[in-house]
Design a protein around this ligand. Structure first.
Ligand code: FES
Ligand code: FES
Length: 137
């Protein structure tokens, strides 16, 4: 696939590959709506140029569930009413996955730090923090 040198990873995912689960908010690294995992770590895909990811592993929200089967993390978001409009949710989930993949028993402070780059205009954050802290693996 040919990509323009100035195309961002976010544009590549949404516009070329049709993976619209990753949301486009600010495009300047402020909102976290575009968060994906790059080699297992949460990054803002709007700040990464597509050519930079050649040969690297990218995981988007589409890769989180197993078909129709939600992960315990996603189930916990539903159980805690942590999804309202849903715009922030894919990015929140990817930041949370990064945290839970690298920390066995994160504190509330760890959780809040992990999602500090993800803005939510609806929930007030507490349900999201509770959902991440209460994931049943
Ligand atoms: S769209 Fe990337 S941080 Fe807002
Ligand atoms: S649920 Fe609406 S922005 Fe977070």
């Amino acid at each position: 696939m040919e990509i323009a040198p100035n195309q961002t990873l976010l544009q590549l995912l949404r516009e070329e590959l049709g993976l619209t689960g990753t949301k486009c908010g600010c495009e300047i690294g402020e909102c976290g709506a575009c968060t994906v995992l790059l080699n297992g770590h949460a990054v803002n895909s709007c700040l990464i140029l597509a050519p930079q990811i050649d040969g690297q592993e990218v995981m988007t929200i589409e890769g989180l569930s197993d078909g129709d089967r939600l992960t315990p993390l996603q189930e916990s978001f539903l159980d805690h009413d942590a999804v309202h409009c849903g715009f922030c949710t894919p990015g929140m989930l990817m930041s949370a996955k990064d945290l839970l993949d690298h920390s066995e028993n994160p504190s509330e402070e760890d959780i809040r730090r992990a999602i500090s780059g993800n803005l939510c205009r609806c929930t007030g954050y507490q349900q999201i923090v509770d959902a991440i802290g209460d994931v049943k693996q």
